[in-house]
Design a protein around this ligand. Structure first.
Ligand SMILES: [Zn+2]
Ligand SMILES: [Zn+2]
Length: 343
């Protein structure tokens, strides 16, 4: 089948892909839309994230939707032709962390698009029925793909346990930051500040409900009379992101780190985080959040489509990666259409 392959950092091509292994217990999907994630950009720019390294022609893509293309779908409640969202994570279900209700921490997880497990930037994907979600009327293939990054934001806001009316800072107004902003609002946040160096992204944060936007931590601190915010949600790809997040947290505040830093390292100024007595949490993917993600969108509490700024056919996917890596042309997130272009 046709697939987008990455051979090495910066080297993408459309090629032929044959999946290894059996498809037993899985349903065949015709992949519809795949959105490009910040983690895909790490594979593209750096060839890996920590120990997850691209070692052979590899297929990325974990934010995706498909149409059931399998007669056996009916048995599982997904008749042939049904548009579905796909949770890219297959948890083992029996390890200590799965049993404790933290499947996002499962060390045995098979996560589509995270090496060595091939992702969805290809024509067909075989999914376990338990990873599929039906969608309410009005959801299209792009919406279905975007439920995954929205789920990341829901999990991070769960970790933050926002007290009603608490002030919140969003550090980094990319797709995840813009979802964090909206979900934090639904979760009862008071004043929301967004910290983002790029003007067009600050503008987007304003449109999506930020009370104030700032280009530096100093500006944000000045706007809060030096206090900082109760909660800080960080979603950048920069090693500086966590440091900035801690800088704008109030004394005794809480910081949730969601972003994946370039180079797989970040550092914190010990005296700053220690003297403030910060609580710092690291967010890892998400658990079973799809039903809530779907409900938030269906009830129009979250604008899902606002982050999908550019659309490409799979054939032109390399352009999407260049655009997103260089943050040109007002890009937040690109959508790749596998089967046919849509407008
Ligand atoms: Zn993602
Ligand atoms: Zn497990």
């Amino acid at each position: 089948m046709k697939a987008l392959l990455i051979d090495a950092p910066g080297k993408l091509r459309l090629g032929e892909f044959e999946e290894q292994g059996s498809h037993e217990g899985r349903l065949r999907l015709r992949v519809q839309a795949v959105t490009v994630c910040g983690s895909d950009l790490h594979y593209y720019k750096e060839g890996g994230i920590g120990s997850a390294v691209v070692r052979e022609p590899f297929v990325m893509g974990h934010e995706f939707s498909g149409i059931v293309d399998d007669e056996r779908g009916e048995e599982y409640g997904f008749p042939k032709g049904t548009l579905v969202a796909v949770d890219p994570a297959e948890f083992c279900g029996h390890c200590e962390w799965c049993e404790a209700g933290h499947p996002n921490l499962c060390p045995n997880v098979q996560f589509a698009g995270s090496p060595p497990v091939p992702g969805a930037m290809r024509e067909f994907f075989w999914a376990k029925p338990e990873t599929l979600f039906k969608l309410p009327l009005g959801f299209d293939a792009t919406d279905a793909a975007l439920l995954e990054p929205l789920g990341i934001a829901i999990h991070a806001v769960d970790l933050a346990k926002i007290r009603l009316g608490a002030s919140v800072a969003i550090v980094g107004a990319g797709a995840i930051g813009l979802y964090l902003l909206q979900v934090a609002r639904v979760a009862g946040a008071g004043e929301i500040h967004a910290l983002e160096p790029l003007e067009y992204r600050r503008q987007k944060a304003k449109e999506l409900g930020a009370d104030a936007v700032h280009s530096t931590p100093q500006e944000l601190l000045a706007a809060t009379k030096g206090r900082g915010t109760d909660i800080v949600l960080e979603a950048t790809d920069s090693p500086q992101g966590p440091e900035d997040a801690c800088a704008v947290a109030r004394i005794g505040g809480k910081v949730v780190l969601v972003g994946i830093p370039d180079g797989d390292r970040f550092s914190l100024t010990a005296s700053q985080v220690r003297r403030k007595g910060l609580t710092i949490k690291l967010s890892r993917r998400m658990g079973h959040v799809y039903p809530r993600a779907i409900q938030l969108v269906a009830s129009e509490r979250v604008n899902l489509r606002a982050v999908a700024t550019h659309k490409f056919r799979l054939e032109d996917a390399a352009q999407a990666f260049v655009l997103q890596a260089e943050r040109r042309d007002g890009v937040i997130k690109s959508v790749l259409y596998i089967q046919q272009p849509q407008d």
